[in-house]
Structure formats: structure tokens, C-alpha cells
Design a protein around this ligand. Sequence first.
Ligand code: MRU
Length: 339
Amino acid sequence: MLKRTIWWEDGRIGLIDQTLLPERYEQVVCSDVPRLIRAIQRLEVRGAPALGVAGAYGVALACCNALEGQVDLFYSTVLRDGALIRSARPTAVNLAWGVDRVLSAVMETADPKAATELAVSLAESIADEDEMTCRRIGSYGAPLLPDGCTVLTHCNAGALACASWGTALGVIRSAVLEGKHIRVISCETRPLLQGARLTAWELHEDGIPITTIIDSEAAYLMQKREIDCVIVGADRICCDGVFNKIGTYMHAVCAAHHQIPFYVAAPKSTFDPYSRMADVVVEERERDEVAMFSGRKTVPDGVPVRNYAFDATPLSLVTAIITEEGLIRPPYHHPWLMP
Ligand code: MRU
């Protein structure tokens, strides 16, 4: 299993370039905030909890670099950089959460050097916490998976999407650790194929049986009773619904139709009870992710493309939310879901 997806290394941020997997495993070093923002926007680092850690390390990096500039500009530079990192991707609330947690500690520390040391150690503890949180999510979720079951998942909510272990895939890992035999179906997750490239890669590396299907095959497998449950991660859980990778809602509707349990695994840092589904800015990505495939044009010039990166699943379709503090079940009258 991957030790770390993102880490702190000699005053810089190291990460695995997820755009290259499964063909190549390469590490990237971000020495400044613009490079980190590019890594976030290109999905070199991606997945809500990993973005939270990237946001936290990003503020630490901003501090280290600001310390080398004019001391009287330290706080204004770090504030500006924090705002830029925060807005690099709009939907996963963890990114803003990670930035804000470190930024507020920095702003409360009067000496720039002390503020920088605090930022680095806080970011390191956010990364460590993330792995422990995922393991707790795993231990609460594992009992939901019967021995011998087949689990469908969408996108990548694994070690690559977190500091380590994973949320949805963490539940699967924990069940396997308990000795259960679990088979996983990963939907390929058009257009950037996080399910085919990343989920399949990391589970295969761990020796967990994994089969990849095209997204539109999921409904047919449910109809054939080949899926026992669905587990996905989340980018933002509002008071009325769950944002996750585009295509998640489609699986939730199909699962409800076939009376298959649909679980969401996510840490507290993904909850945003102050927002409703309709308020959230959903990232729209560039045309060529859809209009090109493997270097070839797949959509005629002049035909518009819609490329939303996420969709919203109403809580009414969710069987349970698996968190580090236990399961949240309908009717979802839970403090984390109430503004
Ligand atoms: O666009 P991505 O790859 O960052 O989208 C990631 C997802 O939608 C994940 O399912 C979500 O962040 C949960 S990761 C534990």
C-alpha cells in the first residue's frame, strides 16, 4: 500500500503525479505556490482529503517562501497565496478547509519565523491525521461489507485521493484486513479515468481483486444482481446532498432502483452543512477532456461540450455516510449536517 501520496520534503511539497499512472510512477516537487496550483488544477494531486493536505502544505510553502522576501510583506503575501490556493478548484471543500486551518494559525502568530514553523508542523499533523481518520472510517465501514461481496466504486477514493489508506477504498482495505474476500468493480470514470487508472492501479498493487468496467455498464451489472453494494467518496457533503465525481448520482439512482445499498465514506472535513446542493459551484473543466481521446478528436469542431467534474446525489438516495466517528443514517438529523 502507498505510504504517502503527498509529503513535506526540505521545505518543499513532494507528490505523486497522478496524471501519469498507471503507465509511469513519477514524483513531482513543488517549490512554489504557482507550481502547486498547477499540480492541483492538472489533477497531479487530486481527491478531496489529499487536496485538504495540499492546501495545508501550500500555506506552509507560502510561509517558507515569504520568509525569504521582505519581512514586512510576510503576512500579506501568505494571505494572498492562501487565497489563490483556496480557489484553485472550487468544489472539494477540503481544499479550503486545509488552507484555512493553517492560515488562521499563521495569522495569530506575531513572528514570521515562528508562524512558518507552526505552519509546517500543523500541515504535517494534518497529513498524519488524515491517515488515522481514513483508518477509522475503514473500521466503521468494514462491517457493512459481507464476506464474499462485490462492491462497485466510482472515481478514486483511495490512498491516492488522501494522504494514505483512502475513504471508500479504505473501507474495502479494512474489510480485507479483517480476512473478508471482497471483489471490487471500478467504473472507469470518464473523462479522466480515475477509476480505470488509479483505483485499479492501487487495488491491483495490493492484490485486491479488481475489475474495471465502462461507466455505462454499472446499471446492467446491478440488474444482473452482480453488485452487492456501492461505496463512493465525497468532495462536499451539504445539508441536503453529496457532491462527488460526475456519474455518482447515476449510480445512486440505479442502486435505489435495484435496492442495492449506496454508501458514502468521508471525513468530517468534507462536511459543509452551511451549503445546499443548489449553492455549490461545480467545477466545469476544459472541452478537450471530452472532445479528445488518446490524442484523437472525438467530437466534431463546433459542437459544444458540457464537462462538469462533479454531480450531486440527494441524501434520500444514500443508505449511510461512513465517517471517522461512526455511521450517519437517515433521516440525517445529525449535527454535522445542520447549519
Ligand atoms: O476530480 P477529482 O479526481 O479530484 O475527483 C475526486 C473525487 O470525486 C473523489 O471521489 C472524492 O474527492 C473523494 S476522495 C476520497
